[in-house]
Design a protein around this ligand. Structure first.
Ligand code: AMP
Length: 471
């Protein structure tokens, strides 16, 4: 028997609403956690992003807070502003008739505005520890009526040094509240915190099947001697044509330089690092989610605040120092049963590090030579073939048939089809990718425009010679 949301104890109206959202049955963490949370138990949930943990803690809150009482009754603490916004948005989606009211509170927003929003009444607050503590200390936020407290991504709070702030907030919350901690890993500090602030908690552990490395194809490219990495990256990007990618680099400077060079080559890419203002970061995140930007170049530290996990590609332009970071990075792709691709670019000297990663992760790594022009052209043609197959089954095809009939009075049907394909190919593949000055002249009649590639090459020299500054 498959579990239903109704059998977990959620109201019929909520279950109908979840159905409308496409949530037909609970995920593992929801099935395990929701009944405990509805019964009032404290809970430790070990679950990663992508398991449905947000709904697991949000739905019981929605069902229990009193929308007629304007006081803050539930507080969700998140390590980053981006996550606070994301959780707040997810929660708003689970509401019925716009109730209860939910507010996100994080640094960078005007305190006066938050004060005004709080004055108008909110039953649930989602916030970062620093800002929440600040508002508590100023007497703007009161936890007097707090009945529920959730700590989301507790391990990230620890990594980012927020645990003391969290402790201060927990100490100010009424003793008879219900508390839940969610964390991907259970460091001893988190367990200690739980012992101190949770009462007889039940522990629920969920392995994240979506993040399983099974779904991640790991490919490595060894940069030939005498080449710089940017020169090697471009043909890889052309071959793979990632729909969405996070490109990891070691330093902010590399992030900026690489972004500039890829943009100059005509790619939809932007940078994400510590030098950006909060509003710049939020704007980028939104554009990335809406796929107005396809790829983001980021440092490890900055990428922690970038809550995007459903990527087709993760690219290690620079390898991370620790194997855990490698696993964490590539876990952002291959979600929800889809196969993701994790690409690493290494110098011949770095190859041994990939062997180490291979041994420790027990996952095979494929080593590939840098793609040639001919391989890229062949891949582009294969894509075109697939697109044609899709178009043949589409409904819009009928409107083009009269043109084919007219032309067929003058030309052979094969010639018409080939001409249409050439137009489609020229439209989707940029001119400078269609032929090559070194390899074979594979496709298209355009002369190559080496300008773009030269730009890449010239700037790449600068990039390699710049000393790294850690983010
Ligand atoms: P989370 O782990 O909370 O970040 O959730 C991961 C994704 O799963 C989000 O996009 C949710 O909207 C989606 N999701 C959560 N629960 C369910 C469910 N029961 N059925 C389908 N999708 C879900």
């Amino acid at each position: 028997m498959t579990l239903s949301f109704t059998s977990l104890g959620l109201s019929a109206a909520r279950v109908n609403h979840l159905e409308a959202l496409g949530y037909h049955e609970p995920t593992a963490i929801q099935a395990e956690a929701i009944p405990h949370l509805l019964s009032g138990r404290d809970l430790i949930g070990q679950a990663q992003t992508g398991t449905g943990k947000t709904a697991a803690f949000s739905l019981p809150l929605m069902e229990q807070v009193d929308p007629n009482n304007p006081a803050v009754q539930a507080l969700v603490l998140t390590p980053t502003r981006e996550l606070a916004i994301q959780v707040c948005q997810a929660m708003r989606g689970y509401r019925l008739q716009g109730r209860p009211k939910i507010l996100a509170l994080y640094g960078g927003q005007a305190i006066e505005r938050q004060q005004e929003q709080l004055r108008r009444g909110s039953q649930i607050v989602v916030g970062t520890p620093g800002r929440v503590l600040d508002l508590l200390n100023r007497g703007i936020l009161s936890l007097k009526s707090l009945g529920w407290l959730v700590l989301d991504e507790a391990d990230e709070m620890l990594n980012m040094g927020f645990i003391q702030d969290v402790e201060k907030i927990l100490s100010q919350a009424p003793a008879n509240r219900q508390t839940a901690f969610f964390s991907a890993t259970m460091a001893s500090e988190i367990r200690e915190l739980a012992t101190k602030f949770l009462q007889a908690p039940v522990t629920v552990t969920i392995q994240s099947p979506k993040a399983s490395p099974r779904h991640i194809q790991q490919v490595s490219y060894v940069v030939p001697r005498g080449w710089n990495k940017v020169r090697a990256l471009q043909p890889i990007l052309e071959l793979e044509d990632p729909e969405t990618a996070l490109i990891f680099v070691r330093t902010r400077r590399t992030a900026s330089e690489l972004t500039r060079q890829l943009q100059a080559a005509g790619y939809s890419v932007d940078e994400y690092h510590g030098d950006l203002s909060q509003s710049q970061r939020e704007r980028l995140l939104m554009r990335f989610r809406q796929q107005q930007v396809r790829w983001v170049v980021a440092t490890d530290i900055a990428a922690r605040g970038l809550h995007v996990d459903d990527l087709t590609h993760v690219i290690n332009f620079d390898l991370p120092d620790a194997i855990e970071s490698y696993v964490h990075r590539i876990g952002r792709t291959g979600r929800a049963g889809k196969t993701g691709v994790a690409i690493s670019l290494v110098t011949p000297l770095e190859k041994y590090r990939l062997r180490q990663i291979e041994r420790q992760t027990k996952q095979p790594m494929t080593f590939m030579p840098i793609p040639t022009r001919a391989e890229i052209a062949a891949r582009n043609l294969e894509r075109l073939r697939n697109q044609v197959r899709e178009a043949i089954t589409s409904e819009r095809l009928a409107s083009f048939l009269p043109i084919v009939s007219q032309l067929s009075e003058e030309y052979d049907i094969h010639t018409i089809a080939a001409a249409a394909l050439q137009m489609a190919y020229d439209h989707t593949v940029p001119a400078w990718q269609r032929s090559d000055s070194h390899d074979h002249n594979t496709l298209g009649k355009d002369t190559p425009t080496p300008k773009k590639r030269k730009v890449i090459g010239a700037k790449a020299e600068q990039l390699e010679s710049t000393p790294p500054t850690k983010d």
